[in-house]
Write a protein that binds this ligand. Structure first.
Ligand code: NDP
Length: 459
């Protein structure tokens, strides 16, 4: 008689939970995955995938405009928001089916319902108690909307992806990943877009040159950025619009108010207290390098642990968990030099340290390149690309690569391999560029920015 019903119960069928469960199932473990809504999680259903489809859709607007410079006559292009949302939903249904099939093929039992921990080996679902030797918490995160008058009128990225109509005017509060990505989508499709941020610049935590470059590019597209500012109140008006009062007294009228003010780990009401699981100061499950919580049998991966909140990181954490505990192949996720991208327009992508971070522990040489991308010599679009390398003076190692510009995420993915391998600037220089591309600039930056001209030299 087995001591438990399962070897593994995973709570949450998002990217991390599905990967961990599938692999564990493939390695012969008896696995159940508990999910309260649809299989797929944030990335597939409410994040990366639908957002990127909307980014693709929106940027046809730019392609139509740019084509004219190449001799095309483009008739009046019109966009059907509803058709795009319906096409996106159809694709999400397909992906959900794929995820379900992959789980079944790995002999993972899908249990529909909300999973709540009852003790170190028990999960309650729909009043039924299921036991397992190991429990994996992969419940992800959820948008945070701070408390203030009018909170009930705002939407988050969850609702923005399912709007019946495109708002003609939208105010986005927050200046992180989600804010700038949605600003790009709505602006390209013709909406009037306001970004309101409490800080002096968008994209806190990114390199200063990246922040300044993207903010200049967003403003060129007509996106208005209100800095050092917060929202005092939001009131509905008779014409279905909203009146948003800013703390400095200014009023902005808009059709939707979207909050992109961060996400918090989904740790409430899932029985973590009952099972004795310790949370950290940010209310995330505190875990060690094996993703194990303070309770021997309970593990957690992905956004619920608030380490690096990106889908591929959750997937890798899930893989390490399955390899270690169900395939006798111990693996730990390395959270250093994780590349990331922001699918703004133009997009941002980075790997490694920002100049500010690098200067804390290293003497650095900085290389930057700013140029008009070749495609826009004829299109006439006023858009510039920025690339930046941060190099350790002592070892010549490339500590950080940053780019704002078309295809940045595609370009940085390859450079992330080089940075992970500890490549030096001399090795970048010895690499032959592919001509004519924007990417070749990364291997042809010869002159370091003089110390006195460096943006953050004084930090
Ligand atoms: P971010 O943490 O990126 O940004 C949050 C923004 O909200 C910041 O501008 C922050 O301001 C502001 N903010 C936070 N709290 C308040 C408050 N109380 N009042 C006013 N402003 C506030 O969060 P997002 O919601 O944009 O995204 C959540 C996470 O999702 C990201 O961190 C990322 O991990 C992930 N994500 C990844 C994507 C990708 O990989 N492309 C895409 C989308 C999301 P301040 O700068 O002052 O702190």
């Amino acid at each position: 008689m087995a001591r438990y019903d399962y070897d593994l119960i995973t709570i949450g069928a998002g990217s991390g939970g599905v990967r961990a469960s599938r692999l564990s199932g493939k390695y012969g473990a008896k696995v159940a995955i508990v999910e309260g809504t649809r299989v797929g999680g944030t990335c597939v259903l409410r994040g990366c995938v639908p957002k990127k489809l909307l980014v693709f859709g929106a940027h046809y607007a730019h392609h139509f405009e740019d084509a004219v410079g190449y001799g095309w006559t483009v008739g009046t292009a019109t966009h059907d928001w509803g058709a795009m949302i319906a096409a996106k939903d159809k694709e999400l249904d397909r992906l959900e089916g794929v995820y379900n099939r992959m789980l079944r093929d790995a002999n993972v039992e899908i249990v529909n319902g909300r999973g709540v921990l009852a003790d170190a080996h028990t999960v309650e679902v729909n009043g039924k108690r299921l036991t397992a030797e190991k429990i994996l918490v992969a419940t992800g995160g959820w948008p945070v909307v701070p408390d203030f008058p009018g909170k009930e009128h705002v939407i988050t990225s969850n609702e923005a992806l399912d709007l019946k109509e495109r708002p003609k005017r939208i105010l986005i509060f927050g200046g992180g990943y989600i804010a700038v990505e949605f600003a790009g989508i709505f602006a390209a499709l013709g909406s009037e877009v306001h970004i309101v941020i409490r800080a002096g610049e968008i994209l806190r935590g990114f390199d200063q040159d990246v922040r300044a470059t993207l903010s200049a590019e967003l403003q060129k597209q007509g996106i208005k950025i209100q800095r050092d500012c917060t929202i005092r109140s939001i009131e509905p008006c008779d014409d279905d619009s909203y009146s948003v009062m800013l703390n400095m007294g200014e009023e902005i009228r808009c059709d939707k108010v979207m909050f992109a003010t961060g996400r918090a780990p989904n740790t409430a009401n899932i029985g973590l207290e009952a099972a004795g699981v310790r949370l950290n100061a940010r209310n995330a499950v505190a875990v060690d390098a094996d993703s194990r919580s303070n309770v021997e049998s309970i593990f957690a991966i992905g956004d619920v642990t608030d380490r690096v909140n990106l889908t591929p990181v959750a997937i890798n954490e899930g893989r390490c968990f399955a390899e270690t505990f169900f395939n006798k192949n111990p693996m730990q996720m390395d959270h250093a030099n994780v590349p990331a991208a922001v699918f703004s327009h133009p997009p941002v992508s980075v790997v490694g340290l920002t100049e500010e971070q690098a200067r804390k522990d290293h003497k650095v040489r900085i290389f930057t390149s700013r140029f008009k991308p070749m495609v826009h010599t004829l299109s006439g679009r006023d858009e510039r690309t920025m690339m930046k390398l941060i190099v350790d003076k002592a070892t010549d190692k490339v500590l950080g690569c940053h780019m704002v510009g078309e295809d940045a995420p595609e370009i940085i993915q390859g450079l992330a391999v080089a940075v992970k391998c500890g490549a030096t600037k001399a090795q970048f220089d010895a690499t032959v560029g592919i001509h004519p591309t924007a990417a070749e600039e990364f291997v042809t930056m010869r002159d370091a920015v003089p110390e006195k001209e460096q943006a953050t030299a004084e930090l």
